[in-house]
Design a protein around this ligand. Structure first.
Ligand code: NAP
Length: 122
């Protein structure tokens, strides 16, 4: 039976690279990000190429308790997560006093709160 890895921010960048490496190692995957269409395209690609099972869990981790929804998704699908890759995140640049507060808030939610909540849940 394959091990299962859950990767946040799996729709692109480093998260996608983690997904490819783990797919090559025959891990089943739970792919988490906002871009559901992209995740389904990756599901088709990986299942065909590597013979693994890929679950798509679209979530906006800047939304309060979205991490809990991700955890509940794994319970509903009776998945045991062997590897958690808390990769989703983003940064900002420029003067803090002039920055957009909503963006700062979302960054804290995604980069810190969701990461801690997922780690706590799993
Ligand atoms: N690349 C670097 O040099 C560097 C340096 C330091 C730290 N990092 C950190 O490493 C991680 C990956 O970096 P990267 O360069 O690969 O970033 P990236 O190419 O911008 O990819 C970020 C990933 O996170 C997902 N994401 C962003 N906001 C999200 C949200 N609200 N909810 C759910 N998923 C969200 C994006 O998917 P969707 O848009 O589909 O949601 C995407 O899959 C990030 O946490 C980044 O801050 C990167």
């Amino acid at each position: 039976m394959n091990k299962t890895a859950l990767i946040t921010g799996a729709s692109g960048g480093l998260g996608l690279e983690f997904a490819k490496i783990l797919a090559q190692k025959k891990y089943d995957l739970v792919l988490v990000a906002r871009n559901e269409g992209r995740l389904y395209a990756l599901k088709n690609e990986f299942e065909t190429k590597y013979g693994i099972t890929v679950y798509v869990c679209s979530a906006d981790l800047s939304v309060k308790d979205a991490a809990l929804d991700v955890f509940n998704f794994t319970l509903e699908h009776e998945l045991d997560i062997d590897v958690l890759i808390n990769n989703a995140g983003f940064g900002d640049a420029g003067s803090f006093t002039e920055c957009d507060w909503k963006k700062q808030y979302d960054m804290i939610q995604v980069n810190i709160i969701a990461l801690m909540q997922l780690t706590h849940c799993f």
